[in-house]
Design a protein around this ligand. Structure first.
Ligand SMILES: Nc1ncnc2c1ncn2[C@@H]1O[C@H](COP(=O)(O)OP(=O)(O)OP(=O)(O)O)[C@@H](O)[C@H]1O
Length: 319
């Protein structure tokens, strides 16, 4: 697709912090004949939130599990903070991981869960009440057993657990699952703040809107392969231009002539994978009067994902 770079991209080095905190190189995982993850490469830099986006079964969880050393890759490698995850000493102090909110012991209270984690990491348990409060789990919730927690409460506890050791990196698999809209809004603020303080966040989701609101960078995966990746704004600007003419048929004929594939929308506008200047000049030369000409923006990004994931359960991605 025009304008979309599918290669892994590094942000320009802007200082000593600009080194990648997560590096994924040609990661591949097969299950029998199926390539669940197929030659996936990307990096995540400090100060950024990277949204890892794809429909169910696209290979997101398998990729994150390989990064965290839980699933051995068939080929390729991944490092976190410069080394394979399994080589990190006291990993909870370096990398906060939330892969499955229901993985916590159901018979322990929220407070016990965090206290045990603190002891394992060699931290003072005194920080536990404040950390629970920070994720919106009050005193009463802290005393309840995890089995009585809703999925949203488990996600909050999982986030507190992941952030307990003040890591530099967060790796989160579908952290918004089970959160209500207010909870999702809250979580975005938390992750944004973490990244703005220099942290690195990699989070997966099957919902474009959920990730788009917080991510600086997007990686789109479908059927195990990376379909697109880049800065969100770059992807947005690559998402094309919306154009409307007084004579729609003349405009379509013009695009046909110059070899531009235009997609017609229900409201009579055309989505075109070109920049506004190119379209305006072509229209002026052909004497076609334009009534509207604007970047497609988020709507275009959505269109793009629909097309990129067309055989990958696209309805899940765009909702
Ligand atoms: N342990 C396993 N054994 C066999 N197949 C697996 C295994 N783990 C994952 N897969 C398959 O690999 C593919 C990718 O799964 P994965 O869980 O990584 O996708 P996903 O993008 O995280 O989707 P979801 O959000 O549904 O978990 C799927 O087809 C899945 O069935």
């Amino acid at each position: 697709m025009t304008g979309i770079d599918r290669r892994p991209k590094r942000r320009p080095a802007t200082g000593p912090q600009a080194v990648s905190m997560i590096t994924v190189e040609n990661l591949t995982r097969t299950y029998g004949a199926q390539r669940a993850v197929d030659d996936v490469s990307f990096t995540c830099e400090p100060g950024t939130v990277t949204g890892f986006l794809g429909p169910n079964g696209a290979g997101k969880s398998t990729t994150l599990r390989m990064i965290c050393g839980l699933t051995p890759p068939t080929a390729g490698r991944a490092t976190v903070c410069g080394v394979p995850y399994r080589q990190l000493g006291n990993p909870g102090r370096r990398v906060g991981v939330l892969l499955d909110a229901s993985a916590q012991h159901a018979g322990r209270t929220g407070r016990e869960t965090l206290a045990l984690a603190a002891i394992t990491m060699g931290l003072d348990t005194g920080r536990v009440p404040e950390r629970l409060a920070r994720v919106g789990l009050d005193r009463a919730a802290a005393k309840r057993r995890v089995r009585a927690y809703s999925l949203g409460m488990r996600q909050r506890l999982g986030l507190a657990y992941a952030m307990l050791g003040d890591p530099a990196v967060l790796i989160l698999d579908e952290p918004a699952n089970g959160l209500d809209p207010e909870g999702i809004f809250w979580m975005r603020g938390l992750l944004r703040e973490f990244a703005d303080r220099g942290g690195t966040v990699l989070l997966s989701s099957h919902l474009l809107r959920e990730v788009e609101a917080v991510a600086d960078r997007l990686i789109v995966i479908g059927q195990g392969k990376i379909l697109a990746q880049g800065d969100k704004d770059q992807l947005l600007s690559a998402a094309g231009t919306v154009v409307r003419a007084s004579d729609p048929a003349a405009l379509e004929a013009l695009f046909d002539r110059i070899g531009v594939t235009a997609t017609r929308s229900a409201d009579g506008t055309l989505l075109v994978p070109s920049d506004a200047e190119t379209i305006a000049q072509a229209a002026a030369q052909a004497g076609v009067v334009l009534l509207e000409l604007r970047p497609a923006g988020a709507g275009g990004l959505e269109e793009m994902f629909l097309r990129l994931t067309a055989t990958n359960g696209l309805e899940e991605v765009s909702r």
